[in-house]
Design a binder for this molecule. Structure first.
Ligand code: G6D
Length: 347
């Protein structure tokens, strides 16, 4: 296994470095210290062809201009916060309203849009990169200074593990996620409508017209939101379900995980992605309205990527019945998600 470093451009007079992690079985992951962005994952198909399975751009400029969070670590709070404000310990905090009138994905200078300090990791059984960033009190409108550490690690079991640790110096809220758009067809050969998604989740969150949770938990039974036995992503866009229509004729919904395991399978290539997490929910976003800009492997088109954003439910601070996103002074926030890549040679 190896980790190599190479220049990737300049941002705010800082050199942006790219780190490529390679294992001995044809899996490689490239990430950069701007937004901890994963720019490429090369994974073999059933015939051993190594192809890219995440959407992205072919240069830093693409990521600097990007408004769709391609490959980024998103925070302080992934998802939307209604009205761009919340109350904590009797004080109201006003956040960036970067999706008026609401706040989304950590605001104007969220984790996905800042430079992280990096240290490469070379161990006998894994290689990786450790990214560090200090989010100062008041950044984006959030309380408390948080020391953030995000670590990417690749081993010879074809496991890409991502962990995030946040240590605040005051009570605050924190709920990060990884916003990679997966497309297992390889090099965006096809869209993801034929991908089979399996999620052991019996409840998903109802969304309103602003894509914010209403607080209602809906039963998946008998709907295109029931992924317990596996389901083609196409079932959503092909459905007349009003929740599908609300978010642009696809999925953009948080699912509460009964088992913290999600799988994504592309029969044409044989690629199988297993996602394991310590998080209580996953937001499935099928890039319903993504269009109008050039990407590395072609032009952006709806349904050409699917995000599996493991996290606590969005806007949890306004819903006492959701898992909490409050982190107390002296506490520690821990987020973990492991992606395992394999091929199914026979199906
Ligand atoms: C859209 O509603 C979706 C979000 O879930 C997604 O994260 C964003 O695009 C990139 O706003």
């Amino acid at each position: 296994m190896e980790v190599t470093v190479h220049p990737y451009g300049k941002h705010d007079n800082q050199e942006v470095q790219a780190y490529t992690l390679k294992n001995d079985h044809g899996l490689s992951v490239t990430c950069i210290d701007y937004g901890c962005i994963i720019t490429e994952i090369l994974a073999p198909d059933r015939n051993g062809a190594q192809e890219n399975v995440v959407l992205g751009f072919d240069s830093l400029d693409g990521y600097l201009a990007d408004q769709t969070y391609q490959g980024t670590i998103v925070g302080r709070i992934a998802g939307r916060i209604r009205g761009g404000e919340f109350e904590l310990n009797g004080k109201t905090y006003s956040l960036d309203k970067n999706e008026k009138p609401n706040h989304i994905h950590g605001g104007v200078k969220g984790f996905s849009k800042v430079m992280w300090d990096s240290t490469i990791i070379k161990e006998e059984n894994h290689v990786g990169v450790e990214f560090k960033y200090v989010s100062k009190d008041g950044e984006g409108g959030y309380p408390g200074t948080i020391e953030m550490t995000v670590t990417y690690s690749l081993n010879n079991e074809n496991e890409l593990s991502i962990s995030a640790v946040g240590v605040p110096d005051a009570d605050t809220i924190l709920n990060i996620t990884n916003h990679a758009y997966f497309n297992l067809s390889g090099n965006m050969k096809n869209d993801v409508l034929d991908h089979e998604l399996t999620i052991n989740s019996s409840k998903f969150l109802e969304l309103d017209q602003e894509f914010l949770p209403t607080g209602e938990l809906l039963d998946v039974t008998g709907t295109v939101f029931d992924f317990r036995e596996g389901r083609k992503i196409a079932d959503g866009p092909n459905s007349a379900d009003e929740q599908i229509a609300i978010v642009g004729q696809g999925y953009d919904h948080p699912f509460l995980l009964d088992e913290k395991l999600v799988t994504l399978y592309d029969e044409a290539s044989g690629r199988l992605l297993k996602v394991e997490t310590n998080q209580p929910a996953v937001v499935v976003y099928s890039s319903n309205t993504m269009k109008g800009f050039k990407m590395r492997d072609g032009s952006a088109r709806p349904y050409f990527g699917v995000c599996l954003e493991t996290q606590a439910p969005p806007d949890a601070i306004h819903h006492p019945n959701f898992p909490s996103t409050i982190v107390k002074k002296g506490g520690e926030y821990n987020w973990e998600t492991k992606y395992t890549f394999s091929v199914n040679k026979f199906r």
